[in-house]
Write a protein that binds this ligand. Structure first.
Ligand code: FAD
Length: 394
């Protein structure tokens, strides 16, 4: 394998593959390194995505889709249910990320990217002027130094690449969603509804989800705000819920993982390096969804990185346009969602029950996510404009 590349991408998740694909598509020589032995495994995700966002980024392959979602059901602590139906039959998908992530990497490789698995990056190299100019890696058991004009850090929520480059990547504890999820089979649930249980009773500072995967299987999990984990341990809470609601379900696997429920980092580029996806904190701070936003973010980074290669300019100043593009695309909206999330953290179970009662009084054909969130912020009118901007169309 050659040791000089235009671009080295660290991490083979959706954000990494999209950044690699778009860097290569616009002419760069790209190497993508993934530490695990297989792209897409293990799956630490509930696999839910919005259709519109995904379709804007990629031609959707039916093999990726486990189920199509046409409504959501939000359940408050006293079991008041607020259903929201969408106009189109397939408004959301529950993906099969094993196939999906693998296919994204395949698309990148078909665009010219060299993909290597079992390739762990444990350091960066720097030029004399302090610019990042390569990685230190262990590839299939062999220590190597590889040089590149630009490194893309797509190494997920636990990202070390940004830190190696001196960027401030630390999250506030309350902005770390502590997630745990089980794949449960043999359960009788509506296959087209995503369920969200809210409130202290289920998941303090977060929510519990049931996302159907077809064939009486579902991803059932919960995310708790990092500063509330001492009160309720996520796995204990999930087990309690499962034994109460699905005592006869079979648990096929458990996974745990962190979710960055924060605004995008202030600084996601430096000389010779950009961060993308969870590593740059591009997850939707309310839903915790980071697949589509990470892909979009990766795409924007890839395009700018390819321009940098063409212009032979790898400086922070040149690369910064990627951050500006991201801010216009989703970053600004995530700032609004972050403000709304912080308000939601202050709500009590009584508040959730009150909101659910008011929302369920809206006739179902007139109910929308936007209308529900307007009720959520009823006590804080200054957030109404943010809600309108963030949820218009939902
Ligand atoms: C329990 C849970 C449920 C979730 N549910 C949803 C959901 O329903 N919908 C949704 O949109 N999002 C969900 N998310 C969030 C979503 O999984 C992430 O936002 C998304 O995977 C981010 O993509 P990424 O490419 O940035 O990072 P990742 O998908 O995490 O990919 C990073 C990759 O980098 C690799 N890597 C890390 N370090 C190195 C290294 N040093 N060298 C080489 N490789 C490295 C990792 O092995 C990994 O493959 C969930 C997250 C959790 C934890």
């Amino acid at each position: 394998m050659k040791s000089n590349w235009d671009v080295i991408v660290v991490g083979g998740g959706p954000a990494g593959s999209m950044s690699a694909l778009h860097s290569a598509k616009y002419g760069a020589s790209v190497l993508m390194l993934e530490k695990d032995r297989e792209i897409g495994v293990p799956v630490r995700c509930a696999e839910g995505v919005g259709v519109v966002g995904l379709q804007k980024l990629i031609k959707v392959d039916e093999r990726w889709i486990k189920t199509k979602i046409d409504k959501i059901d939000i359940i408050s602590p006293n079991n008041t249910s607020v259903k929201v139906k969408f106009d189109t039959k397939d408004n959301g998908y529950i993906l099969d990320r094993r196939i999906f992530d693998n296919d994204l990497a395949l698309l990148a490789s078909q665009a010219g990217v060299t993909v290597k698995t079992k390739s762990y990056v444990h350091g960066l190299t720097f030029s004399e002027n302090g610019s990042v100019n390569g990685v230190k890696a262990n590839i299939l058991g062999k220590e190597v130094n590889l040089s590149s004009k630009i490194v893309i850090g797509a190494d997920g929520v636990e990202s070390r690449i940004g830190r190696f480059a001196g960027l401030k990547t630390a999250l506030k504890i309350r902005d770390i969603g502590s997630g745990v999820q089980a794949v449960v089979s043999g359960i009788d649930i509506d296959q087209n509804t995503m369920k969200f249980y809210v409130g202290e009773k289920y998941a303090p500072g977060g929510y519990l989800w049931i996302f159907p995967k077809g064939n009486n299987i579902a991803n059932i999990g919960l995310g708790i705000s990092g500063n509330r984990c001492d009160i309720k341990k996520p796995k204990d809470s999930l087990e309690k819920f499962l034994s109460k609601h699905f005592p006869n379900g079979s648990i096929l696997n458990y996974v745990a993982g962190g979710i960055p429920l924060a605004k995008t980092l202030d600084k996601i580029v430096t000389d010779g390096l950009v961060l993308v996806g969870d590593a740059a904190r591009t997850v939707n701070p309310i839903s915790g969804g980071g697949i589509v936003s990470g892909m979009n973010n990766g795409k924007l980074a890839g395009i700018r990185v390819a321009e940098a290669i063409k212009e032979n300019n790898f400086t922070e100043k040149f690369l910064k346009k990627y951050k500006d593009d991201w801010y216009k695309a989703d970053g600004k909206n995530h700032e609004r969602l972050y403000k709304i999330k912080n308000f939601i953290l202050s709500l009590t179970d009584n508040d959730f029950d009150h909101i659910a009662k008011k929302a369920s009084a809206i006739p179902i054909e007139k109910r929308s996510v936007l209308k529900v969130f307007k009720i959520v912020v009823w006590r804080k009118p200054s957030l109404v404009l943010d809600v309108v901007k963030a949820f218009s169309g939902f």
